[in-house]
Design a protein around this ligand. Sequence first.
Ligand code: SDX
Length: 392
Amino acid sequence: LTGAITLDPGYKNSGSCQSEITFLDGEEGILRYRGYAIEDLAEKGNFLEVSYLVIFGELPTKAQLEQFENDIRKYTLVNEEMKNIIDGFPKTAHPMGVLSSLTSALTAFNPKVVNVENEKEMYEAVCKTMGKFLVIATWTYRKMMGYPLNYYDNTKGYVENFMRLMFELPTGPYQINPVVIDALDKLFILHADHEQNCSTSTVRIVGSSHAGLFASISAGVSALWGPLHGGANQAVLEMLEAIQKDGGDADKYLAKAKDKDDPFRLMGFGHRVYKNFDPRAKIIKKAADEVLNTLGVNDPILDIAKKLEAAALVDDYFVSRKLYPNVDFYSGIIYRALGIPTEMFTVMFAIGRLPGWIAQWKEMRINKEPIGRPRQVYTGYPLRDFVPMDKR
Ligand code: SDX
């Protein structure tokens, strides 16, 4: 790899890691998967193709991509007994909590420990995870709606199946709209990986104890759920709806976001790494206009989002702190136009991020990284003597 940096051996205990998967430059707003620009991949690729790239390191040939899609199809049946688990949840359970539980439960029905050194076993584990995770992710929506659970249709594509699994009812076939499939392909690609973000670091650290792939991904789902991370896309829509209900007064909410005494934050703004525009936000903003126009959806929430963004981008509080829109600011507007309910927005993020979680887990294990063990700076009491009860 030209120009690859080498961290000193001490990095192994610093909580940092080396990776060949994703490069991002927060100052320049650059994001690349395996050296390919996110703008190219989102424009020219499809989700399974980019998943293959992220996981195996190269863009697949036509034959490899067809083989990958067919091999995923071998594992899209989920054990019927998993339905007993989903039946145990109330309809009001948040889909991310159900998804994390179901993902962990996959271990019970697929207990074989993956020998990561064995290419065939690792490839099978990848296909099994891609296949089963998509199905159980949509089951969380079906559970919430009280609908019967759907099965993957091996005659259809991966992203088409997502929409069918979500929305097809026994009353008749779901009509696939190519505009919707194209928009979802793009959105899933944009979420596929993002270096050592909170949920991916979680997957890596859980996997570093040699916990299984399903268990590690289940932990990643839980980390992603938080409103400061993947849960932000749901929080953005709730924020925009609150502003809409409040007469569309964007300035009032900007003031709240700046008020130190007010816990409200401008959801979808700011980033741990990007101190410039999140390149994904730019692509999603453009896609939001295109998808809503093509579908003939006129959503006033999009206008509120644009008004809020325009005001924040010239406000000294946000400019001085380099707070720009991130991947979550516009994504929910497209999901909403596709008929996906707000509670499912973070599940959408998880489906997109799955190939990245798999790739990072695989890389960490194949590189034989040591068990994760971040150190601390101790700031507690120095040594002191035990105090008898009557002296306390
Ligand atoms: C994702 O890491 C990744 O790669 C994540 C992700 C991925 O693909 O995996 O990109 C996905 O999680 C995107 C982020 C989604 N979260 C949100 O949109 C929630 C809102 N954003 C913030 O909570 C915040 O910006 C974070 C959590 C994203 C980043 O937090 P930081 O880097 O710790 O920022 P900070 O807390 O150090 O803030 C610096 C200053 C503070 O003010 P001062 O103390 O300097 O006065 O900026 C302020 C913060 O109060 N600030 C905000 C703000 N974000 C930061 N003020 C108002 N609104 C905001 N959104």
